[in-house]
Design a protein around this ligand. Structure first.
Ligand code: ZN
Length: 306
């Protein structure tokens, strides 16, 4: 037995001790079962089953979990069990998580007006498994849902908490632009080191990015004007995460306002990522990324970084 296996066995014993422990007790659903949420769900799912409308409507059974969700503000009455279990796994290097599957049992139909309450617990933790994604543990949480105090269903939710498998490092290429008949003219001009803005043939509104019609007047007629290349940083974000092949975080992504008034997303070059500022003047140039790709980027003007 190797050291690594002994460590994982010991971890498994500690993880196993969480089986049966409550992660939430007698939590009350944020809304009564209601027609509006049922209608929205059916529209999103494209489910036109007549059982979900009218005076005798029931809620779609597959909505079971929806009535237990905390929304953006979350539920405040969870126990620390889930966080502790995840903390153990994170601490042992199993830092990634992916949802794998869920199972539901329906015990009674839910109807508008029903008050939902639920309990949840860690039902099981698997032995250490190796999957394509990496090595880790499957954790199943079981939620028992009640409607007006009566058992209404169970919802089992399984995740894999894992250490990602090492992948061969590839330098990676910048993503290619998707060139189609609506924007081919733009990329043709970039190849000639010109930045073209579309101008509506109906109302003369300038637009960027290129589109087949005018959003102001609807006209499909257009021609182009060449950008002078002058602009300024209208806004920006600094990307730290997630890492992406061919990009080396942290880096700034700028929303550049051209002198002509339209805005485009691009890179600001010639200045460190943490020195990019809103309002900073920039000047168009063309960056040869690789043998196939050239991109319009914007260089911070002389003194702009001050
Ligand atoms: Zn127009």
């Amino acid at each position: 037995m190797t050291d690594g296996t002994e460590v994982s066995d010991e971890l498994y014993v500690r993880l196993k001790a969480y089986e049966g422990r409550a992660t939430a007790t007698s939590v009350v659903g944020k809304d009564l079962v209601n027609e509006a949420m049922i209608r929205h769900w059916c529209e999103v799912m494209g489910d036109a089953n007549p059982a979900y409308g009218g005076p005798d409507a029931i809620a779609p059974p597959a909505m079971l979990q929806a009535w237990t969700m905390g929304g953006l503000s979350g539920h405040t009455d969870r126990t620390v069990v889930h966080d502790e279990l995840f903390g153990l796994l994170d601490g042992a290097g199993f830092t990634s998580v992916v949802a794998t599957d869920c199972e539901q049992d329906y015990l009674r139909p839910l109807r508008p007006g029903d008050r939902i309450t639920f309990d949840a617990a860690i039902e099981s933790v698997s032995e250490r498994k190796t999957t394509k994604l990496g090595t880790g543990y499957f954790v199943t949480t079981r939620m028992d849902v009640r409607a007006n105090g009566e058992p209404a269903g169970t919802h089992r939710f399984r995740i894999l908490k894992y250490a990602p498998a090492a992948r061969p490092k590839r330098p990676g290429k910048r993503p290619r632009p998707v060139i189609n008949r609506d924007n081919a003219g733009f990329w043709d001009a970039v190849a000639e080191h010109r930045l073209l803005i579309q101008r509506c043939g109906g109302c003369e509104a300038l637009r960027f990015p290129w589109l087949p019609g005018c959003s102001a007047c609807g006209s499909p007629e257009w021609d182009t004007v060449e950008a002078s290349g002058a602009g300024s940083v209208y806004s920006y974000v600094v990307m730290h995460h997630p890492p992406f092949p061919a990009f080396d975080p942290p880096y700034a992504v700028g929303l550049i306002e051209l002198a002509e008034g339209v805005r485009m997303v691009s890179n600001v070059v010639g200045v460190p990522y943490d020195k990019v500022r809103i309002g900073m003047p920039v000047q168009l140039e063309f960056l040869r990324v690789d043998e196939e790709l050239e991109l319009p980027v914007f260089r911070a003007s002389e003194g702009g970084a001050g």
